[in-house]
Structure formats: structure tokens, C-alpha cells
Design a protein around this ligand. Structure first.
Ligand SMILES: Nc1nc2c(c(=O)[nH]1)N[C@H]1C(S)=C(S)[C@@H](COP(=O)(O)OP(=O)(O)OC[C@H]3O[C@@H](n4cnc5c(N)ncnc54)[C@H](O)[C@@H]3O)O[C@H]1N2
Ligand code: MOO
Length: 394
């Protein structure tokens, strides 16, 4: 059995980064830029007023006399007008500055009588309230470096620069295979001995924040031939395959041998951890396969601790480690030394409380958790106030 850090190391060294894909900008938010993006033009491309007000030539103004309002320029105006000394133009936010004007006074800081403009802004300086050409980004300058996560702001910036497609690391295609004779689809009647199938639901929900939309779900009973058939079909169409159940030592646990039969090379099977000790990981070409121990809480814990990092590495998602923080425990805690424990917990960002109901068949407290606390394998006792590793999951 290997330890948690070795398992993560093995996964990292077996995760390959896909070739970048050009995606329509609207589909690329949440993904990471695969290439530097240079500004194709100055932004702003022309001198713009930053306020609704009046534009004029500051140097030509004697600071006392009123200016004569000679013209008007609105946003979108295509003609660039010229102003003479002593003249001002009515102007609006985003409108092109007239030739001969370098300063805008806000309309609230003026008085106008008979087309005569009195400037009342004593703090006004040459260049006030004007957005110079290229003051956001100059032509050919780096707008966003490769490795930037496309936030809504980054998406907006690329649109503002005129891009409609962008090179990103594409999300993996994910296939889920749930195994078990006892599983029934929610919504259908439950026969004696059956449980509602929930693992594919929690996994699909956990994939959603990654904007992974290509997810297929198959259900295989505990029959080696049918499991092999489902796995083979899933491997055809997936970059990451998530199998749940059937990875332990029971007589009906066929998943590891079925994956081998499908040509999956075992990376590891069993980790010194609780929950999720029977976790299986394998590889076929560039595809990573997880055999997630079927208990619903183990499935999600292993998703957050192992599948999530693989997705993040694959998608070159920056700042993945920022979901891990050290925070003090609110209460004492004891566990037997030997296994790393991942405990459902809730944190307000200042401290962290372990929840009750840690058994791996229980999702009820997981549903209230916003983090998992990782407790070292070799230790057995923690005091309130002691800092522990908190892995935020939302
Ligand atoms: N003798 C031993 N027995 C078990 C061991 C062990 O080391 N020795 N490990 C236990 C641990 S820990 C876990 S975790 C489970 C994992 O076993 P499997 O991966 O083989 O999972 P199953 O037996 O198929 O299912 C376990 C449990 O989860 C329920 N389940 C499974 N799939 C779903 C689903 N899609 N939706 C809802 N619930 C599901 C299933 O009904 C079982 O109750 O093995 C322990 N046993
Ligand atoms: O590894 Mo199991 O998850 O403890 O039930």
C-alpha cells in the first residue's frame, strides 16, 4: 500500500497535457490560455472622453474666461472635429476627443449660460478625464500571458480586443461507469435490497465547476463480461474514466481485473488512507482511469483528493493549490495512527470544525461540508487550536 503523497506524485507524472484547442471565446471561460495573446491594436484605439462634460484645450484657456460651446460629440461619432482656442465641445463618455482638445471637465463642475461654459472645477488639470490612446494596452503589447485562467474579466478583455476564438487547454472528456447489482435509477421504484444510484450524480455535479460538459454515464452489473464491455466502450470516448464500486476485495469486485483486461496499466491499487483505501488508478495511453471505492463518501473524497488534481494539471489550471490552507481545529481530535484521514468538515475561513458522521457510506454530513481536513497518517492526536491542512471543496 502506498501513501497519499506517493499516489499524487504517480498521478502527476502520468498526467499529460493535451494539445491546445482553438475554442470560441464564449466557450473558453474557465479554461487556461495556451498561448500569449498580444493586443492587435491600441486600446483605446482613439482618445476618448472618460466623462459626460465638455472638452477643450487646457493650455489655451486663461482659467477665468468662459469657453464658447461650439459643437457636440457623442459616443460612436465617426467624424473627428477640430476646436479653436477658446472653444469647447459638449462631449459624452466614450466619445472621441476633438482635435485641439486635451481635457474634459465633468458637466457637474460647470455652469452654462447662452452657450458660454464656465469651468468650476478648481482641481482640473491638463489631460483630466481623457483616456489616452493605448493607455489600457498598446498595440503588440502582451494582453494576457499563456497560463492565464480565463475569468469573466479576461474573457471580456479578449472580446474588447476583438478576438472571437482563443487557444486554451481543452477540458477532458469524462466517462463514468457505475457498477453494482444493487443500483436503481432515482425516480424508479426501489425493490428490496436495492439502493438508488447516487455516485454518478455527485460526480457529474463535481465536474460541473470545471465546465466539463462531455460526460457519459454507463451502468454495469457485477458481471465481469458486462463490466469489461462497459469499460471498453467508455475508454473509447474518454480522456478520464471514473469507475465506481467493485474495487475492494469482495467476491463481486471485478473492476481492477476488468480494467487490466481492457489494457489499462495499473498505477496503484490501495492507499494508506481513510476513506477510499481501495482506490485504484491506471493508465491507458494518455487516458487516466480511476476505480473509486463505491461508498458514496469515498467516491467524492477520492474525487476531490485525486481526480480534481489530475483535471487541474491536465487543464493547466493555475492556483489549484490555493484551495489548500492551514487552519486551527475548533476541537480536540483522536484517530488511530496508520492511515491518512480525510474528514468532512466545515470552515468559516478562520478555523475548522470536523463534522459528525464520518463513515464512508454517509453523504448526509458531506452535504453540509465545505472542506476536507487531511490528518497525517502517522499521528493520532490533535488539540483544539492546532493547525491542520484544510482542502476547500467549494
Ligand atoms: N473485507 C473488506 N471489505 C471491505 C474493505 C476491505 O478492505 N476489506 N474495504 C471497504 C471499503 S473501505 C470500501 S470504500 C468499500 C469499497 O468497495 P467497492 O469499491 O468494492 O464498492 P462496492 O462494494 O461496490 O460498494 C460499496 C458501497 O457503496 C454502495 N454503492 C456503490 N456504488 C454506488 C452508487 N453508484 N450509488 C450509491 N451507492 C453505491 C454500495 O451499495 C455499497 O454499500 O469496500 C469495503 N469493504
Ligand atoms: O475506504 Mo472505505 O471508503 O472507508 O468505506
Amino acid at each position: 500500500m502506498i501513501d497519499v503523497s506517493t499516489a499524487l506524485h504517480i498521478l502527476q507524472s502520468n498526467t499529460s497535457v493535451p494539445a491546445p484547442a482553438m475554442l470560441p471565446l464564449q466557450e473558453a471561460t474557465g479554461f487556461t490560455l495556451a498561448a500569449d495573446v498580444k493586443a492587435p491594436r491600441n486600446m483605446p484605439a482613439f482618445r476618448q472622453s472618460a466623462m459626460d462634460g465638455y472638452a477643450f484645450d487646457y493650455a489655451a484657456w486663461d482659467k477665468i474666461s468662459p469657453l464658447q460651446i461650439a459643437s457636440e460629440v457623442a459616443a460612436g461619432a465617426t467624424k473627428v472635429m477640430s476646436l479653436l482656442a477658446g472653444q469647447a465641445a459638449r462631449i459624452f463618455t466614450g466619445a472621441p476627443m476633438p482635435e485641439g482638445a486635451d481635457t474634459v471637465v465633468m458637466q457637474e463642475k460647470t455652469s452654462v449660460t447662452d452657450k458660454q461654459l464656465h469651468v468650476l472645477d478648481t482641481a482640473l488639470q491638463a489631460g483630466s478625464n481623457v483616456r489616452p490612446i493605448g493607455s489600457e494596452i498598446g498595440a503588440d503589447e502582451l494582453a494576457l500571458p499563456a497560463g492565464t485562467l480565463l475569468t469573466p474579466a479576461a474573457t471580456g478583455l479578449l472580446a474588447a480586443l476583438g478576438f472571437t476564438n482563443v487557444a486554451v487547454y481543452p477540458p477532458p472528456r469524462v466517462s463514468i461507469v457505475v457498477t453494482g447489482n444493487e443500483l436503481q435509477t432515482p425516480g424508479l421504484p426501489l425493490a428490496p435490497g436495492q439502493v438508488y444510484e447516487s455516485n454518478s450524480w455527485s460526480l457529474r455535479a463535481a465536474l460541473e465547476p470545471w465546465r466539463i460538459k462531455e460526460v457519459t454515464v454507463r451502468h454495469a452489473p457485477d458481471d465481469p463480461q458486462q463490466i469489461v464491455a462497459a469499460l471498453a466502450a467508455a475508454l473509447e470516448e474518454a480522456d478520464i474514466l471514473l469507475v465506481t464500486g467493485g474495487v475492494s476485495v469482495g467476491d463481486y469486485d471485478y473492476v481492477a481485473q476488468s480494467l487490466t483486461a481492457c489494457g489499462v496499466e495499473t498505477l496503484f491499487h490501495r492507499i494508506r488512507q481513510k476513506p477510499g483505501k481501495p482506490l485504484f488508478a491506471g493508465r491507458k495511453e494518455d487516458k487516466i482511469v480511476f476505480g473509486l471505492p463505491g461508498n458514496p463518501s469515498s467516491v467524492l473524497t477520492c474525487f476531490y483528493e485525486y481526480v480534481r488534481p489530475v483535471i487541474a494539471w491536465r487543464m493547466q489550471h493555475p492556483g489549484h493549490d490555493s484551495s489548500i490552507r492551514k487552519l486551527p481545529l475548533t476541537h480536540d481530535h483522536e484517530k488511530p495512527p496508520g492511515l491518512t484521514h480525510f474528514l468532512k468538515a466545515r470552515s468559516d475561513g478562520q478555523e475548522v470544525t470536523l463534522l459528525t458522521g464520518q463513515e464512508s457510506y454517509k453523504l448526509n454530513t458531506f452535504a453540509l461540508a465545505n472542506c476536507l481536513v487531511a490528518l497525517d497518517a502517522d499521528r493520532g492526536q490533535w488539540k483544539a487550536g492546532e493547525e491542520v491542512a484544510v482542502h476547500f471543496i467549494s
